[in-house]
Design a protein around this ligand. Structure first.
Ligand SMILES: [Zn+2]
Length: 252
């Protein structure tokens, strides 16, 4: 009796263990060399400590955080030798013609680009930025080639589910649908060339909320999630960001 109970207990434990393991995403192989990230912020408040912790805890990377207006100096060719991928979490910045040219030149050089959350609405008077990120977020109602565009919307504190749109893509590989407490964006345009990575059925959001694309040969990912600590601390978000940085760095 005792033996069979032990076997039963062991069997249950083994079953629980294997089922919990099957739910966990496969571990990523360590990289032989760290990816060097330039992390650009400025122009929008955010919870700094838990945000930067996501990058501190990412075993794939080293990073340098720069804040506007100091960020543009790092887009020059010489300082850009110090990083492989640009991650932007900035907003609403004016940009000089010189900085625009440097930004495009670095992408042409092959620097990967990961654009996070409110950075979708950065550089509102620079049309090429919309080509780079594959989206146009309208800070005011406008008219594009005779088509009326309402002001894009946002709503904080929403609870909704994100669906993996392509489980074969390196950015979302190994991931399952997950729930977030985050901000939604709506009524912005996404370019046809963008490859959907995450979608949602939440009516207060656009359907496609993360995508991959290329720009002049370099890899670009946009991730709408990431308003605050609820998302920063979500292991699914951390994995998504980790895999996005790897993909844009051509390391997966
Ligand atoms: Zn936000």
């Amino acid at each position: 009796m005792k033996t069979s109970r032990m076997v039963l207990t062991f069997g249950c434990l083994a079953g629980l263990l294997s089922s919990s393991l099957s739910l966990a995403a496969p571990a990523l192989k360590p990289l032989p060399q760290k990816i060097r990230v330039l992390l650009v912020t400025g122009g929008h408040p955010f919870e700094k400590e838990p945000f930067f912790k996501v990058f501190q805890d990412n075993p794939d990377i080293t990073y340098q955080a720069v804040e506007h207006p100091n960020a543009h100096a790092f887009l020059k060719a010489e300082p850009a030798k110090q990083y492989d991928v640009i991650v932007t979490y900035d907003y609403g910045q004016k940009i000089t013609e010189e900085a625009k040219a440097d930004f495009v030149a670095r992408l042409k050089d092959g620097k990967g680009l990961v654009v996070l959350h409110h950075a979708i609405a950065a550089y509102p008077a620079w049309p090429e930025y919309w080509n780079i990120i594959g989206a146009h977020y309208y800070l005011a109602a406008t008219n594009i080639h005779g088509v009326a565009k309402p002001r894009s919307a946002w709503k904080e504190g929403m609870d909704f589910r994100l669906h993996i749109a392509d489980s074969n893509h390196p950015v979302t590989r190994g991931m399952s649908d997950f729930d977030v407490h985050d901000e939604t964006y709506k009524w912005f345009d996404v370019a046809k060339e963008c490859h959907p990575l995450l979608t949602t059925d939440e009516p207060e959001s656009n359907g496609v909320v993360a995508w991959a694309k290329t720009y002049k040969g370099t890899r670009v990912v946009y991730i709408q999630s990431g308003h605050g600590h609820d998302t920063y601390e979500n292991p699914n978000y951390q994995q998504l960001l980790r895999q996005a940085i790897r993909w844009t760095a051509r390391k997966n």
